[in-house]
Design a protein around this ligand. Structure first.
Ligand SMILES: C[S@@+](CC[C@H](N)C(=O)[O-])C[C@H]1O[C@@H](n2cnc3c(N)ncnc32)[C@H](O)[C@@H]1O
Length: 298
């Protein structure tokens, strides 16, 4: 196993501190000193163990292409279809009301999967919507991630066959075509997916749907890598781009308790969801959803 000294040898500790500050400012991702070996290993992979170019930190600071090369090496892309299944059960219970409301208003239901990694999350959302009766033209589903390689994988909808192991077999058959060691999303599901874009959640702007505000935002297991101020500024932006009464799905380990006050906490079938206050209640209420006091959050 690589020693910490070996992993860190490409940059002196004080330069690793500068690199961590740069990555925090530009990507939001927080590297405390105990994670510096992760940075050291990322640089070793980036340069195949060779010397760094001179003035490398200046390069990272001003060259977006160099930053892009580092992104997959310094971020965690772990994901799976229907990861944290309770969230998809909660979404499933919300969808009939949300779809009925949007049909009544003559607009598409808008869902943004922010920090989508390689796409298993947004395609799970598409399957959940299809199972709830959504048809082509009823959903505006956008996926985004900082990592351009992950974004292109999400957009392609082609996955290793083994990734379907976390999927109920009936859904695998209904929504994927096998192709050698891969599976491809079937055309019936593609009509529910608008595509994937590269987007940095730290940037001051957010994608917006045609209606102007998102009905649902998924941002799960992304802010867990951010520090407090970055998390709060991203959450403030979500509050601005969510419709009144719109829903925010965070990862189970990403409690807002004592971190951010702008959302109401609700529990739906054991899943904790956040909600932008306001908006018409009808059509936005999930069966069994209960309003929770932030003090009661685990
Ligand atoms: C652990 S994955 C989570 C994937 C998916 N949301 C899930 O829960 O299965 C974290 C993702 O966040 C992305 N990410 C990290 N920092 C980001 C940022 N500043 N803006 C957008 N995405 C970011 C990473 O590229 C990675 O794909």
């Amino acid at each position: 196993m690589e020693s910490m000294a070996g992993a860190m040898s490409l940059l002196a500790p004080e330069q690793l501190t500068l690199l961590a500050a740069l990555l925090r400012a530009r990507l939001g991702v927080h590297f405390p000193p105990q994670s510096y070996p992760v940075l050291g290993r990322a640089l070793a992979t980036r340069f195949g163990g060779a010397e760094l170019p001179p003035r490398y930190l200046d390069l990272v600071a001003r060259d977006d292409a160099e930053l892009e090369r580092l992104v997959p090496l310094v971020t965690v892309g772990k994901t799976a279809f229907f990861r944290e299944e309770r969230h998809f059960q909660a979404l499933s219970s919300l969808l009939p009301g949300l779809l009925a409301r949007c049909r009544g208003e003559g607009r598409r239901l808008s869902i943004w999967s922010a920090g989508c990694s390689t796409g298993e999350e947004p395609w799970s959302i598409a399957m959940t919507a299809a199972e709830a009766g959504a048809v082509e033209g009823e959903l505006e589903l956008l996926a985004s991630d900082l990592n351009p390689e992950a974004v292109s994988s999400a957009a392609r909808g082609v996955f290793p066959a083994r990734s379907l192991e976390s999927l109920p077999p009936a859904l695998a058959v209904r929504y994927f075509d096998p192709h050698d060691a891969e599976v491809r999303v079937k055309p019936c599901l593609r009509g529910l997916f608008d595509g994937a874009v590269t987007h940095n959640l730290v940037s001051p702007t957010c994608p917006r749907p045609a209606s102007g505000a998102w009905d649902v935002v998924f941002c799960r297991n992304v802010m867990i890598y951010f520090d407090g101020p970055t998390t709060r500024s991203v959450l403030s932006r979500f509050l601005q781009v969510l419709a009144p009464g719109g829903w925010l799905f965070l990862g189970s380990a990403e409690s807002l308790f004592q971190r951010f006050d702008g959302f109401e906490l609700t529990e739906t079938g054991g899943a904790f969801l956040y909600r932008r206050p306001g908006g018409a209640a009808s059509g936005y209420t999930a069966a069994g959803a209960t309003l929770r006091d932030h003090q009661g959050e685990a």
